[in-house]
Design a protein around this ligand. Structure first.
Ligand SMILES: [Mg+2]
Length: 167
């Protein structure tokens, strides 16, 4: 059992858990030597079914952009959706990243030109965002998804059980 717990922790346990991206203390990250932030899009910054960002998240994101290198890495395939977001915030993005595959993440890290220990990956999913981040050895922050998912509810339930298990 202890081995299983260790195995799960290494892959799926986030470095920290937050209610929302907007409650992640950027000043503190800066003091810890973090220079780059890789962000998931859907249900981390904006709801899956909308292009509207909340005021709190928008303020947080703007502050992040002016203090860190910020990169979007999303599994979403909609170029239009990303372009709308990029036009507004002007941040580089990788779409169709296939997280928990590491290719998208590694290519973002390469372009950010930072060390792995200077980067944090932020997302709402254990099995994609956190797993991918842990695989490439960057810090991983899990945030509560903006919307409750209608599909794949059992995956969420399993993720929640695992968070309870490893914490
Ligand atoms: Mg997401």
């Amino acid at each position: 059992m202890r081995l299983l717990k260790k195995w799960l922790e290494k892959r799926f346990y986030p470095s920290q858990i937050f209610d929302s991206v907007s409650s992640i203390p950027l000043e503190q990250l800066k003091q810890q030597g973090i220079k780059g932030i890789i962000l998931d899009l859907d249900d981390t910054l904006i709801p899956q079914n909308s292009n509207e960002i909340s005021i709190e998240r928008s303020i947080w994101l703007k502050e992040a952009i002016s203090n860190f290198k910020v990169y979007l890495v999303t599994n979403n395939r909609s170029l239009k959706r990303i372009q709308m977001f990029q036009t507004r915030f002007n941040i580089p993005a990788i779409i169709k990243a296939w997280k928990p595959g590491t290719k998208g993440l590694l290519s973002a890290i390469k372009q950010m030109n930072l060390n792995f220990d200077e980067i944090v990956m932020i997302g709402d999913r254990l099995f994609t965002d956190v797993f991918a981040g842990n695989r490439v050895n960057v810090q991983t922050f899990l945030v509560t998804p903006i919307q409750k998912p209608k599909f794949l509810k059992w995956v969420r339930t399993l993720e929640k059980k695992m968070i309870d298990y490893v914490s």
